[in-house]
Design a protein around this ligand. Structure first.
Ligand SMILES: [Zn+2]
Length: 333
């Protein structure tokens, strides 16, 4: 009887281990989307273009050769085991490497879409080292203050206000986070004191979500990190290049997916759509980006939903990897 019990327990543990292994594996293979990762839009720049680099999740660098704008700041990407069982913090050596490699001394602003750690972990160190202003919610400001960013470098997201940095004109648009899951069920919660690092990932509460409309040289860009929206938020908005969050789109209802696509892609009719927030952010930037694990999303399905809708209306699709460079044409000499 005892032997049978041990056998039963071993079988249960093996099934649990196999299940966990499956859930943590990438939900698909990026090579399935190679026609989009090798798009002619990539690596075919005609200077002077606005050069875009992607660092996973929704961390995007826009560079006009003079000034730089960063959307979100998340390079450190601590592994899952660390996120679950330890406090997390910015990897300063890694950030110094990126500051040098991408000449981030020219960085003028960091536009923060919301305050979860996969968007805001590295903003304080980057802002302090480069002098870049941080545009974000009051919660984002508390994260910056916890990292000793001077008050004069902090700008509060105020809808309708235009922020100008060099030739970039920027507007924050109130948005909605992706519908909550058991790990990020803190939507609308905010900080009211400086957040010092190291800190547990759950201390980085959402604090309100924003999309950013960036206009430079008559090229209009919208960065939308989260898979959620405020109804009719983009009424009258002109967008050439749309950076569209797809995380967990496959998990939502058909009605949600239809509304999401009709109020983004269909309404905006951009020339180009770049899906973002599809990568496994527990894996370091020293490795090629991988799709989110099964545990988080069916990422091939999420991507296909967006790709199909884009192709139906004649919008080009580009998938950026961490080694690709996208040139957005400057439309005014
Ligand atoms: Zn989030």
């Amino acid at each position: 009887m005892k032997k049978l019990f041990i056998f039963f327990m071993l079988a249960v543990l093996s099934i649990a281990a196999l299940g966990l292994h499956y859930l943590l594996k990438p939900s698909g293979d990026l090579t399935e989307f190679s026609s989009f990762t090798q798009s002619p839009h990539l690596e075919s720049m005609h200077p002077p273009d606005i050069v875009v680099k992607y660092f996973g999740v929704s961390t995007l660098l826009f560079d006009d050769g003079k000034d730089q704008i960063l959307v979100d700041g998340f390079f450190s990407r601590p592994p899952l085991s660390q996120v679950l069982f330890q406090n997390i913090q910015s990897d300063h050596a890694l950030l110094d490497h990126f500051i040098q490699k991408y000449d981030l001394k020219r960085l003028k602003a960091i536009l923060v879409t919301h305050s979860h750690y996969d968007h805001a972990l590295d903003i304080a160190y980057l802002s302090r080292q480069t002098g870049a202003k941080i545009v974000g919610s009051s919660t984002t400001h508390w994260i910056a203050k916890g990292g000793q960013v001077p008050e004069k470098q902090l700008l509060l997201t105020t809808p309708e206000q235009i922020y100008t940095f060099g030739d970039f004109n920027i507007r924050a648009i109130p948005s909605q986070h992706t519908p909550p899951t058991f790990v990020n069920n803190d939507l609308g919660e905010s900080l009211s004191a400086p957040l010092k690092m190291p800190a547990h990932f759950t201390r980085f509460v959402e604090g309100g979500s924003f999309d950013y409309h960036i206009e430079a040289y008559q090229h209009r860009i919208l960065v939308k990190a989260s898979t959620g929206l405020v109804t009719h938020a983009y009424k009258g908005l002109e967008v050439d290049s749309l950076f569209l969050g797809v995380a967990q789109l496959s998990k939502q209802s058909t009605a949600f997916q239809t509304t999401y696509l009709s109020q983004t892609l269909k309404q905006l009719q951009p020339t180009l759509v770049v899906p973002i927030h599809w990568d496994d952010f527990f894996s370091p930037l020293s490795e090629p980006l991988k799709l989110l694990p099964h545990l988080a999303d069916d990422t091939p399905k999420s991507l296909k939903i967006v790709i199909d809708a884009a192709q139906k209306q004649g919008t080009d699709v580009v998938m950026m990897t961490s080694s690709s460079t996208l040139g957005l044409p400057i439309l005014r000499p």
